[in-house]
Design a protein around this ligand. Structure first.
Ligand code: IMP
Length: 198
């Protein structure tokens, strides 16, 4: 790992929270992230597979902008709801939201859930795709005001706080996203070193 910025990547996301989470991690790998507001990649494929969604989005963005690009796609999978909302997390968040999920979970004892993240990078000639998850539980009530999405109702294993009660650094110690992008950045740096382009 290095502290200087020797690699530039465009992060295709409209989500400023994601950018704020991923930027400090990228810097540890000598990677400078610049936000690229998605345009074509906004048209997501209808797929029940987060990996397919991320693969499609990163390739579409690369075709369109011809710049080294990072895409990160995530979802919340709740055991008692057979993995719902999973790949439909964004739509479910926008429609029924945190309170809708809590309502679906009323009277449900099994609160186990996980977040899964897929990080995909195109950095010619390399294509990298990495996944990670964080196990935890769904709370009975929302707690905390930080973060975004389902953060107020998710407590990662071995913590007592919801993601929304944590600082970005704390969330990054546990999160699906931090793990997936770290794996992807590590692989990118390794490939660039191996092929003498760094
Ligand atoms: P996206 O497609 O990666 O933007 O994620 C889909 C949805 O999952 C988002 O709209 C959020 O509601 C939820 N989500 C993804 N990652 C997180 C997270 O780190 N915390 C809370 N909710 C998340």
């Amino acid at each position: 790992m290095t502290n200087t910025c020797s690699i530039k990547l465009f992060f295709a996301t409209g989500n400023i929270h994601k950018l704020n989470e991923v930027k400090p991690i990228a810097e540890r790998y000598g990677i400078c992230l610049e936000q690229m507001i998605e345009s074509r990649a906004k048209v997501e494929i209808q797929s029940s597979d987060l990996i397919e969604i991320a693969r499609y989005a990163v390739l579409e963005n690369y075709k369109l902008f011809k710049k080294p690009v990072l895409v990160e796609d995530a979802g919340l999978f709740i055991e008692a709801l057979n993995g719902f909302p999973g790949p439909y997390s964004s739509y479910v968040y926008k429609t029924i939201g945190v309170n809708g999920i809590l309502k679906l979970m009323e009277g449900v004892d099994n609160r186990r859930a996980y977040f899964m993240s897929v990080a995909a990078i195109v950095y010619e000639p390399f294509f990298i795709i990495e996944t990670a998850r964080v196990e935890g539980v769904i709370t009975k009530e929302p707690r905390g005001s930080g973060g975004f999405g389902f953060d107020p109702i998710f407590v990662p294993r071995s913590s007592k706080k919801t993601f929304a009660e944590m600082s970005i650094d704390e969330k990054n110690m546990y999160s699906h996203r931090a793990k997936a992008v770290s794996k992807a950045f590590s692989k990118l740096v390794h490939l660039l070193k191996t092929y003498n382009t760094l």
